[in-house]
Design a protein around this ligand. Structure first.
Ligand SMILES: *[C@@H]1O[C@H](CO)[C@@H](O)[C@H](O)[C@H]1NC(C)=O
Ligand SMILES: *[C@@H]1O[C@H](CO)[C@@H](O)[C@H](O)[C@H]1NC(C)=O
Length: 204
């Protein structure tokens, strides 16, 4: 009986151990900080939403930066393209800004995941990896829109039920420059070519 009880306790401890949050960055899968383009791709794939800054066309802040939250996806889970796709309607305030000037900035952070809190990294700390994408929002159609739909609807299932009369369309963020904060020493930049060539996940 004593042996059985001991065995049960050991089993319970094992279960608790394996169900506790992943303690290290290695388990989370974030690439090493010096592989900046890979970190950028990793953040872009892990985040389901982004803050998008447009140049406002609305009173009383015409011409001022205007930041707003948008659901994004660069691919179904585990199938990262690096391209943030969006599902937009022209009724939306920021999309109205984009009609006047499609240039925008997207910001995504691992503070949106459990990672930074578990590691004890403040969202403003560069250790809590975050990226800023500069570029423009471009409407898409055809096969790329099919991929955007798959990417977005798999990670944002309620989009399927969004009101049809809003005339939703698919768009992509056309990246012109990537800015990465993933370690001390200031912001690092990554060209679109470097970004798209990088693989977000560790090779096994
Ligand atoms: C796709 O969009 C482009 C502009 O982004 C447009 O020129 C083209 O006609 C569209 N094609 C279809 C099939 O709608
Ligand atoms: C996308 O961005 C690149 C680089 O800034 C630019 O050369 C290209 O014309 C853009 N494409 C579209 C469709 O806006």
């Amino acid at each position: 009986m004593g042996a059985l009880l001991r065995a049960s306790c050991v089993l319970l401890l094992c279960l608790l151990w394996f169900s506790s949050p992943a303690p290290s960055s290695a388990l989370f899968g974030i690439p090493p900080h010096e592989q900046v383009a890979r970190v950028a791709r990793f953040v872009a794939h892990r985040c389901d939403w982004a803050s998008m800054a447009t140049i406002s066309t609305h009173k009383p802040v015409v011409g001022q930066p205007f930041s707003n939250a948008f659901s994004v996806s660069d691919g179904p889970e585990g199938l990262s393209s690096g391209v943030p796709y969006m599902y937009l309607t022209r009724m939306e305030i920021s999309v109205q800004d984009l009609k006047a000037d499609p240039r925008a900035s997207l910001s995504m952070s691992l503070a949106q995941t459990h990672y930074c809190r578990r590691q004890g990294f403040d969202p403003q700390s560069p250790l809590c990896a975050h990226i800023i994408l500069s570029g423009a929002v471009v409407e898409i159609n055809g096969t790329e829109a099919d991929f955007a739909k798959k990417s977005l609807f798999s990670r944002h299932p309620e989009m399927i039920d969004w009101p049809v009369d809003h005339n939703w369309f698919f768009a992509k963020f056309n990246i012109s420059q990537v800015w990465v904060l993933d370690y001390f020493g200031g912001v690092k930049t990554v060209s679109p070519d470097e970004y798209f060539q990088a693989t977000p996940y560790r090779k096994h």
